[in-house]
Design a protein around this ligand. Structure first.
Ligand SMILES: Nc1ncnc2c1ncn2[C@@H]1O[C@H](COP(=O)(O)OP(=O)(O)O)[C@@H](O)[C@H]1O
Ligand SMILES: [Mg+2]
Length: 416
């Protein structure tokens, strides 16, 4: 039996969403009992790694709250959830601090060296596979994937580079352009440049992109810091908001009459694509609140309203699916990713908007509609993680030939 570390929470504005995702994945993993054993590992808002009964309880409350339809019980569960969450922020309490060391010879979870009792049992249970479900910063952006690489631990989802590029809207755009994928016209600049020479940047954006446009922080998610601008005054206000969330900003041509369609991709070398999902149109930007909070069906509060399959012509669906696969390959993604499109309503032309790596891509509903149940999806993802890790063992990390090319003298005497 393999032990899976389900890693969630962390220092991200999407902290609570990660708890919901983790509880869903935990449910699916429980259906694989006998094949996999799960150790939930919660990274609190300060970034402390915690495991144990207090963490398991947080997931249990979340799962019950999601399924509960009885208002009084729901309210009680919400209170319990808040209390449990606060408890886990204050200190480690009954939850033990257990973190992954980058040292591949350890292979287990370490305890906090400042707590003698844990130090004695420094190497806790070894993990076989990591399943990260942290949304946004410090989890979806390649940083955590870097730790898994150092630890030589198989992990679910895309690697360091694809995760980092998927998280950065400017890097993504450069990759889309480089790979010849259709994407909306945009200009970008740094916070520093904006603060130093705002009028020049405004002029540049006006000539390169023009109004109306959409201003986005390069690195953020769930519509945080995104707003529309129809003139210079609105542009200044929009950039003022965006630079609070990211050091670089993207100004993109607004596609006002649009459809929003997304497809998920699953696999390593021979990826498959899901059905297309159509987000229900809203007047402006689909906001964080609309996406996650304002659902009439409170039990599914974390899901955006949508249609699966998308109500689009067969041709467009086929085109979107093919582009999703091309995008997945261009990014060198593996495991799973979701490709989002903005479609011009008039021309039905699709533009690649963004790639969501793990866990933004989990899309349990979308895969269910494509004939893959959550437990089967999770099983497949774990197998893909192991396959990708095996691939890595075929890569050499030392090079005798390379060493021969370098005159050792120069290495020993840097002053020369
Ligand atoms: N070029 C655009 N024109 C019109 N609306 C856009 C454009 N880009 C994004 N939006 C709207 O803003 C939402 C969030 O933007 P997106 O790029 O998907 O960022 P994220 O999902 O990471 O917050 C989109 O779902 C869409 O509703
Ligand atoms: Mg989006």
């Amino acid at each position: 039996m393999k032990r899976v570390g389900l890693i969630f929470g962390s220092r991200s504005v999407e902290h609570e969403i990660s708890i919901t995702t983790a509880s869903k994945v935990y449910e699916a993993l429980r259906q694989l009992q006998g094949e996999y054993e799960t150790l939930p590992i919660y990274l609190n808002k300060a970034g402390a790694w915690l495991a144990g009964p207090a963490v398991d309880r947080l997931l249990a409350i979340e799962a019950e709250g999601r399924a509960c339809r009885e208002p009084a019980r729901r309210k009680a569960l919400q209170e319990q959830y808040k209390a449990q969450l606060e408890h886990l922020q204050r200190g480690t309490g009954e939850a033990a601090q257990r973190f992954l060391t980058p040292d591949p010879t350890v292979r287990g979870l370490s305890g906090n060296p400042e707590r003698a009792s844990w130090f004695k049992k420094t190497t806790g249970p070894p993990l076989d596979i990591a399943f990260p479900v942290i949304h946004g910063t410090h989890g979806e952006d390649g940083t955590l994937q870097g730790l898994f690489e150092l630890a030589d631990l198989p992990y679910v989802g895309p690697g360091v580079a694809a995760s980092a590029a998927g998280m950065d809207k400017i890097l993504s755009k450069l990759i889309f352009r480089g790979a010849g994928l259709p994407t909306v016209e945009a200009a970008w600049f740094s916070r520093r440049r904006w603060l130093a020479d705002q009028p020049a940047v405004v002029r540049e954006v006006e000539t390169r992109v023009g109004y109306p446009l959409v201003v986005k922080p390069a690195v953020a998610g769930s519509s945080v810091g995104i707003s529309r601008a129809a003139n210079a005054e609105e542009l200044v206000r929009a950039v003022g908001r965006a630079i609070q969330f990211s050091a670089r900003v993207l100004a993109e041509k607004a596609l006002d009459a649009r459809l929003e369609v997304q497809c998920a991709v699953l696999g390593n070398h021979e990826p498959v694509v899901s059905e297309c999902e159509e987000l229900t149109q809203s007047a402006g930007i689909v906001s964080f609140e609309e996406k996650y909070l304002k659902r009439p069906d409170a039990a599914d509060a974390d899901l955006a309203p949508s249609h699966i399959p998308a109500r689009i012509p067969e041709d467009l669906a086929r085109r979107a699916k093919a582009l999703a696969l091309d995008t997945f390959r261009a990014l060198d993604a593996r495991g799973i990713a979701r490709v989002d499109f903005l479609v011009d309503r008039a021309t039905l032309e699709p533009f690649v908007n963004e790639v969501n790596t793990l866990p933004g891509s989990l899309c349990l509903r979308l895969w269910e509609a494509s004939g893959i149940a959550p437990a089967a999806l999770v099983r497949r993802l774990l197998a893909l993680a192991v396959e990708a890790h095996e691939e890595k063992t075929r890569t050499r990390f030392e090079s005798r030939e390379g060493a021969g090319l370098v005159d050792r003298k120069h290495l020993m005497t840097p002053g020369k």
